[in-house]
Ligand binder design. Structure first.
Ligand code: NAP
Length: 254
């Protein structure tokens, strides 16, 4: 299927590795030009080189830096001739006991996982609406649907973003202009982050896998392919949704 987005420009945050990179790679494969970001400049350049090799016809620009910082977001927006597709992503907040978190920890999580995507959405959606095409994908977490107690900072900040986007996506001035906003909720995907959390303990890995009916972790490639479809010309009637990709781990009907 031709996704109908060749020649468009996408801004993909936190894209040197893992899920963000999977999205960037799938979009590049569809002929989408990219501005990609991550804090580590070297890994970001290496990813850009890989993407250019994967999709020789597309332009890939790098903006290193913490996406939570205002000046980095300004540079990201300046590097992109027009943002047709925005993939919001960043590292997740640390786990812990809420009794140990003070105002600073909460503000850090809210800054990076709620206010940063909202700032980028604010800077881009009206232009998308004027041009009659726009796709915003927020990478959040399955914890938005089924909260994980030790991930309280993530549960809180990501739910705040989710609630805001639920209202915004339904504004007729966006929805009627072919601008969609959706979230992808990863369950367990085989990325550095997941591997770091599980460590070398094979028993722990096996135990984790038992809770996933698919019997495996998801891959960044399949996550990216799904993201590319949500960003496609064919997905204009899908907005305001929280789409869970978890191999069947969530036990509910809805
Ligand atoms: P990952 O493999 O560790 O990759 C994270 C990417 O984000 C890297 O490119 C990293 O590069 C970049 N990054 C991190 N913090 C950043 C920041 N402040 N500014 C700019 N770039 C930043 O992680 P992942 O598994 O793909 O996870 C992506 C997101 O999905 C996270 O928020 C995670 O909590 C969420 N999630 C993942 C899973 C899963 O199973 N993998 C499940 C639920 C939710 P630098 O370190 O160089 O900046």
């Amino acid at each position: 299927m031709d996704l109908g987005i060749a020649g468009r420009w996408a801004l993909v945050c936190a894209a040197s590795k893992g899920l963000g990179k999977g999205c960037a790679r799938a979009l590049a494969g569809e002929g989408v030009n990219l501005v990609i970001n991550a804090r580590g400049a070297e890994a970001l350049e290496a990813t850009a080189t890989e993407l250019r090799r994967h999709a020789p016809g597309v332009e890939v620009r790098c903006v290193p830096g913490d996406v939570g910082r205002t000046e980095v977001r300004t540079a990201l927006l300046a590097a992109c001739p027009q943002v047709d597709i925005l993939v919001n992503n960043a590292g997740g907040p640390p786990p812990g006991d809420f009794r140990a978190w003070g105002r600073e920890e909460w503000l850090g999580a809210l800054e990076l996982n709620m206010l940063t995507p909202i700032e980028l959405i604010k800077a881009t959606v009206d232009g998308m609406a004027e041009r009659g095409f726009g796709r915003v994908v927020n990478i959040t977490s399955s914890a938005v649907k089924a909260p994980i107690d030790i991930l309280g900072l993530s549960n809180g900040a990501r739910s705040g973003l989710t609630g805001f986007v639920a209202g915004l996506a339904r504004q007729p001035r966006l929805a009627s202009r072919n601008v969609t906003l959706n979230a992808l909720l990863p369950g367990s995907f085989d990325t550095d982050r997941l591997r770091k959390g599980l460590g070398d303990d094979q028993g722990k890995v096996e135990q984790w896998l038992q809770a996933i009916p698919a019997g495996r972790f998801g891959t960044a490639e399949e996550f990216g392919a799904f993201c590319a479809f949500i960003c496609s010309a064919h997905a204009g009637y899908l907005t305001g949704q929280n789409l869970l990709l978890d191999g069947g781990a969530y036990p509910g009907t809805f």
